[in-house]
Ligand binder design. Structure first.
Ligand code: PLP
Length: 373
């Protein structure tokens, strides 16, 4: 009889979904990792026009349409001052597929992948699906990833380490000196640094820097996505950029699992990247306001919470039973251990929801805290 593969049996459906299912209708959802804005109007319009004119009906080249890749290259030049050729970019089905092809192309069975714990749920699962060995590294008290801890975790069996700043689930932004260190580690240990930069545009404190700015070898692969940059999670459009030899290997995987990213989404993303950028700053300002409301609200309740410098998440330390008490009272938050062993004792709150709901949720969380503290 056909059995399921060991690789697929090693992963399970994300714990986050179970939390949604446990909550009743009308709950305030602080569990969702997506901005509550529409995509920029000019992006939506570009896709509609392309569809109406019959320009979005066929496969595009495997790497994606040239104008989109030129727009992505121009974005990296504009934002990081790095020279990326449109030939060294693959448009993917979101950052998720970009992470998948990067790991498939670089990880052999039994090789280790080092990543933050708590960290984005896909790192562990995609490592296992690639046959690799997840090697989670605990974070510092301020929830940033410590380059020394990463370096100490690297062995001769390490295929890659993953950096994610601003981070999910923590919202933490690594300082530029740490980003520079990650590049040095990639260079000196000749190990791949997979930089997941999907929250690049949501930075309130500090600044966004990429290891690709500092590395002297081609050991950095960058993953990014229109999902969080432009509030386009449903469009499924991300990308990867790397050196020609790495792009060629990732293209082998992408070609067979995806052929090409969705053509309408490619038109929309190109317009988002080349059109007016005012929505980006509006979104960031709005997330900053909400961050301030949530952090000061949690502190008033008596919870310890490192102030997140970016993304739209925060991770307070919570007493046992807190998450369930919130759920019972109609506020969805995700238990920290859904993001790794070291997330235990924390909860992840996404504040990508309106201010009124946030204030209501804080009142409920105060009651939940009183019930268990
Ligand atoms: N990387 C991180 C850190 C994320 O939080 C997410 C989504 O939540 C992704 C990558 C993938 O996003 P998408 O596939 O929508 O681009």
């Amino acid at each position: 009889m056909t059995e399921f593969s060991e690789r697929v049996e090693a992963v399970s459906i994300s714990g986050i979904r179970e939390v949604f299912e446990a909550a009743g209708d009308g709950a305030i959802n602080l569990g969702l990792g997506q901005p509550d804005f529409s995509a920029p109007a000019h992006a939506r319009e570009a896709a509609v026009e392309a569809i109406r004119d019959g320009r979005a009906d066929g496969y595009t080249g495997n790497k994606g349409m040239r104008p989109l890749r030129e727009a992505i290259a121009a974005k990296h030049e504009r934002d990081q001052g790095i020279d990326v050729s449109p030939d060294d970019i693959i448009a993917t089905a979101g950052g998720s597929e970009a992470l998948h092809i990067a790991l498939e192309a670089h990880v052999d069975p039994g090789e280790e992948v080092v990543f933050p714990d708590p960290g984005f749920v896909s790192y562990d699962a995609l490592t296992k699906l690639a046959g690799g060995e997840p090697t989670p590294v605990p974070l510092r008290d301020d929830l940033t990833l410590d380059p020394e801890a990463v370096e100490a975790a690297i062995t001769e069996d390490t295929a890659a380490f993953i950096v994610n700043s601003p981070g999910n689930p923590t919202g933490a932004v690594s300082p530029p000196e740490d980003i520079r260190e990650f590049a040095r580690i990639a260079d000196e240990h000749d190990v791949l640094c997979l930089s997941d930069e999907v929250y690049e545009y949501t930075v309130f404190d500090g600044e966004f820097r990429s290891p690709a700015e500092f590395a002297e070898t081609d050991n950095v692969v960058v993953v990014n996505s229109a999902s969080k940059l432009y509030s386009m999670t449903g469009w499924r459009l991300g990308w990867v950029h790397a050196s020609p030899r790495r792009i060629e290997r990732m293209l082998r995987v992408h070609q067979y699992i995806q052929a090409c990213a969705s053509a309408p989404a490619q038109f929309a993303a190109e317009a988002a990247l080349t059109g007016p950028q005012d929505q980006v700053s509006e979104m960031t300002e709005s997330f900053r306001r909400r961050r301030d409301i949530v952090v000061s609200g949690l502190e008033d309740i008596g919870l310890d919470v490192p102030t997140p410098g970016g993304a739209f998440y925060c991770m307070p330390e919570v007493p046992e039973g807190f998450v369930d008490e919130c759920l019972e009272r109609g506020v969805i938050v995700v238990p920290g251990d859904a993001f790794g062993e070291h997330g235990e004792g924390y909860a992840r709150l996404s504040y990508a929801t309106d201010e009124e709901s946030l204030r209501e949720a804080l009142d409920v969380m105060a009651e939940a805290y009183d019930a268990v503290a």
